[in-house]
Design a binder for this molecule. Structure first.
Ligand SMILES: NC(=O)c1ccc[n+]([C@@H]2O[C@H](COP(=O)([O-])OP(=O)(O)OC[C@H]3O[C@@H](n4cnc5c(N)ncnc54)[C@H](O)[C@@H]3O)[C@@H](O)[C@H]2O)c1
Length: 388
């Protein structure tokens, strides 16, 4: 059976949803919804998509759309996802699932009651070497994990002329760096280790408290990563954090820490994670994603190059090119879509989820963690439990 996909929000990441599902071979991209009919039509024409809608309500009502992809700015996530679920559609939401844990919990409940397939794009799970690391940790190859640490640094908000809806709490949420990229890091840390973060202590700051917001001219809304144009601007106060460091305690007693920053020159999409165990360490870096470092005490450390023939059998389906042929961000994104659409095509609801499948429960979890970090910072950087 072929499945019809409809995309709401075709800015930076939306077109990557389209590319990924097209590669699966049994998905037809049937419609795009944008903030206006004209913008949706322009995007649909550019991406070879037949239908264009000026509202997400019209897209979710289209009977040829079986799966709705939600790639709108954060403040629209809940409304778009709720409308899709109410129309009985399967839903793939980009992260963060919602603006807060309570909003995310409501969406999870609605999706479960409706019996639709619900997924969140924590796409770094789709990297073959992330799956290899997860498999190795699960198999006891590094012993008991006792330290999980890393960072997720970017530089696209380094200058005061850099601006995004992500900096406006009513559009991006109460957090910028932690919600936008910290949510990815925390999901990856829990996914790779199988551990749960139970307590956090966060130190957050806004390094650029006043930014120049471009004055919008009709039809010229900047999309993410479009770069700072030389346009008229107005100074605005920024309240959300662009830099944060967090100490972590895990449910097995392991300790951890990570930093996020959007103002770190030279770091583009620099997610790093390392898990140190009683027997060995494993480290993975998104910007060098075809390598997994294996740290050892009693013999030489090693670097495993991504090569399907060297990966564990269970992990091989996540690698599609032979050794020496680099796989990338878009390939991992496609792996996540393959896992999600496999579940949809099987028609058995949310049972037997494959590893790279992150559900609304995982999205809710990430919202809870970010909320706990914000609460910790608000209370003067004190240890704060993570619920649930
Ligand atoms: N998984 C990832 O790695 C990843 C990467 C980037 C962004 N994201 C997430 O994807 C979402 C979108 O981010 P982006 O960087 O693409 O933002 P963006 O601003 O580039 O794109 C958002 C798009 O939504 C459109 N839009 C606004 N209002 C709309 C409405 N009412 N109906 C339909 N479309 C509307 C905008 O016109 C724009 O085209 C965010 O939630 C972000 O966190 C995830």
């Amino acid at each position: 059976m072929r499945l019809g996909m409809g995309l709401v929000g075709a800015g930076f990441v939306g077109p990557h949803h389209i590319d990924a599902v097209r590669r699966l071979g049994f998905v037809d991209v049937v419609a795009i919804a944008g903030s206006s009919e004209a913008s949706a039509r322009a995007k649909a024409d550019a991406l070879g998509v037949p239908k264009a809608y000026g509202s997400f309500e019209a897209l979710v009502a289209d009977p040829s759309v079986h799966v709705v992809h939600n790639a709108t700015p954060n403040y629209l996530h809940a409304r778009v996802s709720a409308a899709a679920i109410a129309a009985g559609k399967h839903i793939v939401s980009d992260k963060p699932l919602a603006m807060s844990a309570s909003e995310a919990l409501a969406l999870l409940g609605q999706a479960e009651r409706a019996g639709v397939v619900h997924a969140v794009t924590f796409n770094y799970r789709g990297n073959p070497l992330v799956q290899q690391a997860r498999h190795a940790i699960d198999g006891g190859e590094i012993g008991k994990p006792h330290f999980v640490h890393g960072s997720y640094l970017q530089d696209w908000l380094l200058f005061d002329t850099d601006y995004s809806w992500r900096l406006e709490p009513d559009k991006g949420g109460a957090s910028s760096a932690l919600g936008d990229v910290g949510s990815h890091w925390c999901d990856l840390a829990e996914h790779m280790t199988g551990l749960r973060i139970v307590e956090v202590l966060a130190d957050i700051t806004t390094t650029i408290p006043i930014r120049r917001k471009p004055l919008e001219s009709p039809g010229q809304k900047p999309e993410t990563f479009q770069g700072a144009a030389e346009v008229a601007s107005t100074p605005v106060d920024v309240k959300v954090e662009d830099l944060a460091s967090v100490l972590l305690r895990f449910d097995n007693g392991a300790r951890g820490s990570f930093s996020v920053g959007q103002v770190c020159a030279g770091h583009k999409n620099d997610l790093r994670i390392e898990v140190c165990g009683s027997a060995a360490s494993l480290a993975w870096r998104q910007e060098q994603q075809n390598e997994l470092w294996i740290g050892r005490r009693d013999r030489a450390s090693a670097v495993l190059q991504k090569d399907p023939s060297l990966l564990d059998r269970a992990v091989r389906p996540y690698a599609h090119l032979p050794g020496g042929h680099q796989e990338s961000w878009a390939d991992a994104f496609c792996n996540v879509m393959r896992d999600i659409y496999g579940v949809i095509a099987a028609g058995k609801g949310m049972s037997n989820l494959p590893p790279a499948f992150a559900s609304f429960a995982d999205g809710y979890r990430a919202n809870c963690l970010v909320d706990a970090m914000l609460e910790s910072a608000r209370r003067g950087s004190v240890w704060t439990p993570c619920r649930p």
